[in-house]
Design a protein around this ligand. Structure first.
Ligand code: UT7
Length: 329
């Protein structure tokens, strides 16, 4: 059976920056509190006329250019997001049309902050089945559209951005996909959600008046779940793959809170130099954090062909994900 490898990583963040100092003027918060509790200094925010598909197209073009291929050679597009341009058509369709990707099928994947890990897992299996040669996984979120900038507990956390990885077939002996440990646990559904706008609470004057079209979060419940379950998933995966924590070159975790990342790394037995963190500059961009942080690690020369690279995330749902790859280029 053939394997799957990652062959390009594209990134896009909008130019607008929202700093902690800016937020101090909007809600009762401080740069000191945000930095100490989350590790975030600033985040990027999309201009009013920019939607998720616009950022996704930029990240996709960046990945395709690196590989030197045209969009028409893609076989599938998996678009991971919780902030689609609209309920339907899917953002994958909007992006396919803009890219001119004439030979693909594709879909949106909703798994919140674990979206990109689930997208990568899915792409790897499509490629390993031998039915697809090139699958583009895009993580893109315009979180600023669903964040309540009157709620200090959530508005300091999130930013906007998009990232993309190209997954292609590789020989059985080449470095590539080594496995996954993905789990969902719906008992945590109430801890992180956008209550209105779906079939349960369709948009109405009432839902708008009650500000139910924004992210609502029980931060401490999410924090506790993330540290425990992300760590457990990683240990299960490494154990099954026969890879020791010290052999992992880098872990690229979802960037939700630096304290969550540090606690998880400690639980797993990873040193600081093995962990990629860019939350200080970008905040939590939901499905985009992992490709954006991977792009940074590549630019810093921290990932080379053959290295063990671990991706991991926890998100609304709850969703938990971990993927282990040997880097393919
Ligand atoms: O990616 C999706 C998953 N999401 C996450 O992973 C988020 C997980 N949770 C977290 O990252 C943290 O729980 C938060 C950063 C959201 C909050 O940090 P915390 O250390 O858990 O703070 P807390 O909720 O226990 O609040 C402590 C205090 C409270 O005040 P009192 O009740 O002690 O007087 C809050 O009202 O901090 C207050 N507070 C703030 N103060 C200044 C909450 N937000 C702010 C703020 N600025 N922005």
């Amino acid at each position: 059976m053939r394997n799957a490898k990652i062959t390009a990583v594209g990134a896009y963040v909008p130019p607008g920056v929202l700093t902690n100092q800016d937020l101090e003027k909007m809600v009762d918060t401080s740069d000191e509190w945000i930095l100490e509790r989350t590790g975030i200094r600033e985040r990027h925010i999309a201009a009013a006329d920019m939607a998720t598909s616009d950022m996704a197209v930029e990240a996709a073009r960046c990945a395709l250019a690196q590989r030197g291929i045209d969009a028409s050679s893609l076989n599938a597009i998996i678009l991971c997001t919780v902030t689609p341009d609209m309920m339907f058509p899917s953002t994958a369709c909007l992006v396919q049309h803009r890219l001119g990707a004439k030979n693909v099928w594709g879909f949106d994947l909703i798994a919140a902050c674990s979206g990109f890990v689930y997208g990568l897992t899915t792409a790897a299996h499509l490629v390993m089945a031998g039915t697809h040669d090139k699958v583009l996984v895009i993580g893109a979120d315009t979180m600023s559209r669903i964040i309540d900038y009157q709620d200090r507990a959530t508005c300091v956390l999130f930013g906007d951005g998009a990232g993309a990885m190209l997954v292609e077939g590789s020989g059985e002996d080449e470095p590539g996909f080594l496995g996954f440990q993905n789990e969902i646990d719906g008992s945590g559904g109430d801890s992180l959600k956008m209550p209105a706008g779906g079939s349960r609470l369709p948009p109405s004057h009432d839902t708008v008046d009650q500000r139910l079209h924004y992210v609502k979060q029980d931060g401490q419940a999410v924090f506790r779940f993330a540290v425990k379950r992300m760590g457990d998933a990683i240990l299960t995966l490494l154990n099954r793959a026969g890879v020791k924590p010290e052999d992992v070159k880098v872990m690229v975790p979802h960037q939700a809170n630096k304290r969550i990342i540090d606690s998880c790394a400690k639980r797993v037995g990873l040193k600081d130099e093995q962990v990629v963190i860019n939350i200080d500059r970008l905040g939590n961009t939901t499905a985009a954090t992992i490709p954006l942080a991977t792009r940074d690690a590549l630019d810093q020369g921290r990932i080379r062909k053959g290295d063990y690279v671990l991706f991991t995330a926890v998100g609304a749902g709850f969703t938990v994900g971990a993927n282990l790859w040997r880097w393919g280029y």
